[in-house]
Write a protein that binds this ligand. Sequence first.
Ligand code: ADP
Length: 181
Amino acid sequence: MGQKGVTVWFTGLSGAGKTTISEQVAKKLKEQGYKIEVLDGDIVRTNLTKGLGFSKEDRDTNIRRIGFVADLLTRNDVIVIVSAISPYRGVREEVKEKIGNFVEVFVNAPLSVCEDRDVKGLYKKARSGEIKMFTGVSDPYEPPTSPEIECRTDLEELDESINKVFASLQELGYLSEPVTV
Ligand code: ADP
């Protein structure tokens, strides 16, 4: 179908909704016949970037490796969906410049909301000190300054967030026809 490659990069705090939104976006695009690939931070850390920790250096290496794979796929006309906290602005910008066809999605909910959700029970562990260097609690998160899309998951319904992503991809010329949930 003459598909154009792009990396759709979801960044945000743990529990903000990156996986939830990106899974639905991926599912729908796949159903529509698009060639897609998903690189989820949690999964990537068990293989591609296994052994890396959570220092700034290791987090940046994690993102550079994800970016490297995303770039290869994007060049081969795949829609690549990346879901990773990616807390540092500098390396996100670096990866964005390298890939070019790059759409940044800031999945944004206040820390208090993410913490109340505590999907994986990690905030509790971070507060008790069981987990160190936890983004938002004991490690920095640098929000994007000009993301293509911002999903306020504390204020929007999930479908609204998903449709924002589709609308933007359509507007930027990556979808041949409108897609909605
Ligand atoms: P992350 O991948 O960013 O760590 P998850 O997707 O695992 O976050 O968890 C986000 C949680 O927030 C899920 O339990 C999801 O059901 C909930 N949620 C509530 N509203 C939204 C929304 N508008 N978009 C995405 N997730 C939402």
